[in-house]
Every structure is written in C-alpha cells, then in structure tokens.
Design a protein around this ligand. Sequence first.
Ligand SMILES: Nc1ncnc2c1ncn2[C@@H]1O[C@H](COP(=O)(O)OP(=O)(O)OP(=O)(O)O)[C@@H](O)[C@H]1O
Ligand SMILES: [Zn+2]
Length: 496
Amino acid sequence: MSDGFRGLRLTNTMTRAKEDVSPLDWRDAAISEANKRVRMYVCGPTVYDFAHIGNARPVIVFDVLFRLLRHLYGQDHVTYVRNITDVDDKINARAARDYPDLPLNEAIRKVTTKTAEQFHQDVAALGCLPPSAEPRATDYVTGRAGGHDMISMIGTLIDKGNAYEVDGEVLFDVTSMPDYGALSRRRLEDQQAGARVAVDSHKRNPGDFVLWKLSSKGEPGWDAPWGQAAWTASGRTGMPKGRPGWHIECSVMSAAHLGETFDIHGGGLDLIFPHHENEIAQSRCAHGTKSMAEIWMHNGYVQVEGRKMAKSEGNFVTIHDLLHTETFGGRKWPGAVLRLAMLMTHYREPIDFSVKRLEEAENALASWARVAAGVAPGHPSTKLIEALSDDLASAAVVAELHALRRSDPKALRASLDLLGLDLSAFEAVSDDTERAGNPLPDAVEAAIAQRLAFIRDKNWAEADRIRDTLLESGIQLKDGKDPRTGERTTTFEIRR
Ligand SMILES: Nc1ncnc2c1ncn2[C@@H]1O[C@H](COP(=O)(O)OP(=O)(O)OP(=O)(O)O)[C@@H](O)[C@H]1O
Ligand SMILES: [Zn+2]
C-alpha cells in the first residue's frame, strides 16, 4: 500500500464520524492468528414478497464490504451473517390471502420458502456472494443450545428487570436503560412528551416495545412460559402459545453466530429507529455489555422522484422484473448493470433511480469489458483498495476503474472481480475474443437468433432493439442472404 494508506475506515452511525476499523479479534492476544475473524451482521429480508431494488441496495453495499474485508483480512477471516425474517404478521396475511385453502402454518411455509428462494436467485444475479451464515428466525425461537434462543433471552431480560409481562405479552421497559436512544439520538423525554399510551395497550411507557405476544387461534405460535392465566381465561387449553416481536430475533441470531459484541452491524437507514435501537437495548441489557457492535453502518435510500422506494408507496420495481421483464425502460437489464448503478453513488447518499442511470452504468461496463473481458486478472490496483477502504468511496472507485481502462487491463479485470462486477453479459466485445477469432459467447448467439425470429415475425421494433443493444456494446450486425438457400443471415463486426 502507498504511504498515504490509512487502513479501513468506515462511518459509524453511533458516533456520526468516520472511524478506523480495528476488529475485536485482532485486539485480543488470546485468539490465535488462524482463528481471528472480522464479524459482520446485516439485517436481511422479511420474506413475503419479491424484493424491490431498494431492498437490493443494502445487499449489494454489504456484499462489496464483505469482499473488501476478505481481501484485507483473508478469505477465511470474515464471518458475515444475514438473517431471514420468516415470522411476521405481514407473512401471515400474505399466506392467508394466497393459500386460503391450506392450514395457515402450511401456507406460511409455502410463502416463506418460495420468497426466500426468489430472493436468493435475485441477489445471486446481482453478483452477491452468499453470506457465511443465513439463520432463519423461526429456528431461533426456542430450544437452542447455550440459551441462544428468543424465549431464553426474553426470560433473561425479565429476570434482570429490563422487561415485564402483562397478560402473556412481554414488553421491554425503555426506562430501565439509561442511555436508550443513543444510536438514533432520540432522548426518552422527547419521545415521551405528548405521546399517549393507548387505553388497551399493556405499555408502561409510550416507548416500550414488544418482545413477545400471545397468538390468536390459527396464528403460528410456540409454547411460552408467559400468560397462562390470560390463555386459560380466553377459553383455551394447554400451554399459552405466542410469537416473538421483530427486534429480538436479530439480537438472538447475532449473538448465536457472532458473539455478544461484534465488529460491524448494517442495514438501511430506516432501520436505525426503532429496529437497531431496540436490538442494542435488548443485547446490551441481556449480556451486560457496553456495546453490541463496534460500528453501525446504514445505507441511504433508493428513491423515485425524491421519495423512498417502498412497497407501501407503490413506487417500486422488483429486482426480478428489472432483470427478467421489460417493465423498466422497455427492456431487460443485466444484473451487473444494476449493481454498478448502485455503486456509482456513495452508499450513504440517496439514489434517484432512472433508466438514464442504468444506461450510464451499462456504458461504463461495456467500455471496461472492451479491454478487460477475457483478460487474465492481475491484482486490483492499490488506488482501488485505498478508495474502497475510505468508507467505500464510490466516486474515487469509479474514477480509478476508468483510469485502469487505459493503463492496466489486468488490474482493471481484477478490480472488477473484487467488486463483484461480472462482465459475462459483455464478454462478446473483448479484444481477446476478437484476436483469437473465438466464437461469440452463447448470449450473443442467442440474441442474434432471437432477432432473426423477430424479423420472421415482422416484429421490427424488437428486432431493432436487439440490434441497438448489441451496437451499444460494440457489436455491429450485418444482414445478408445465404447465396445457396436465399435465407437471411446475420454476420457481425466488432467496433471500437
Ligand atoms: N428504498 C430503499 N432504499 C434502500 N434500502 C431500503 C429501501 N427500502 C428498504 N430498504 C432496506 O431493505 C432491507 C430489507 O428491509 P425490509 O424487508 O424491512 O424492507 P421492507 O420494509 O419490506 O421495504 P418497504 O420499505 O418497501 O416496505 C432493509 O435493510 C431496509 O433498510
Ligand atoms: Zn435486525
């Protein structure tokens, strides 16, 4: 690294400052070199519907950070955990709507399995590596060794005086934690002022949040040690059945996989309050620790016309639709294009999503592919690593990729690999392919065949679209006739 290299620095939402990263294991002489790990937790999806491209942003941003950490600390020295939330009232509602004839639990399983599979396909197409572990909330409700389950942690919080039970519902008492609100910088007094507790609520304070609630008939539920009297009074037999609140699952799964305190915790800006604030309250009070994670990172929003892309706003585009249908900009887009479109802007800034942005990303990728596709990768450049290490400085990263295009195709190739930017949709235009006269990759052959089919169907618009798309990546098509059969043929030329 050059003299100016300051090591990895990331902006910590807790302190609102850019800080040097100094992973906990490296500060602990008792942990052998071989066993040291950088430990990172990122809140994953609630699996009831297709993920939209706003949801894709944290997945891409933290995948780049995962790749950078692996580069800096070694492939086997990073543990990245991203959970799957598979218990949630939105899931129950979707299951009842989509599978009205199935028992609810079966319907829920269908919804969560299908959605999780779709999510995996979507993010793989965006070049994201699978995390080291991907725990599912429902596997951590009860009965885990070492007390790494939600019922045990909630019991601990009650025992320590941080939580209380009313009629089978367990709530966290925010006044039991003096520095509650430190992450979001909300003072308890401000939160209390003017807030009223609804008459039917069990809350002692307006800010108290649910750790556990009783399930009604038909809802998914687990045997719980709380609320026997309320359960029996409602005319039901056996042990009371309940289900966890949302925040507790991340406290439990992060501790199970990463320990009571770990290095980096991430997610979108909307998670700072209440989700992350409440994770911190639960984890620190249950474990008696000073911090849950050393560094809290939050990505900015993907916006449409200045508003957060969100399911509730109805202004969303799913990853699946963007990649596989023509609903956005009248065409499909390669996964690498969406990935670069996200990475062109610093992760903390908002992104206004548009066709123009995707086209810009595509043009950049095509220009890089022209020199780097098919080239054996060298090493990522020092400048690239330095730019990434400076809080993932996007502008400097993209500028360096453009510079490498002229100076060092092998370093460009390695840098793109490090960033997870896959050139296969653009391979056709590499110099190597041209020089060696290799056959075109399948994708281009397929595009040419598809275009001929459109021409046969007299669908000129689609045929022209394919011709234009190929031209943008440097492939010029030439139509002709086979002199023997009289059939239409297509040849091509690679342009610079
Ligand atoms: N528009 C967005 N831009 C960036 N990140 C987002 C956006 N919307 C959601 N996220 C992030 O996506 C991740 C998954 O969140 P979650 O499953 O709760 O999304 P969601 O709440 O279903 O989305 P929505 O806001 O559309 O209801 C979280 O890290 C969240 O911060
Ligand atoms: Zn979480």
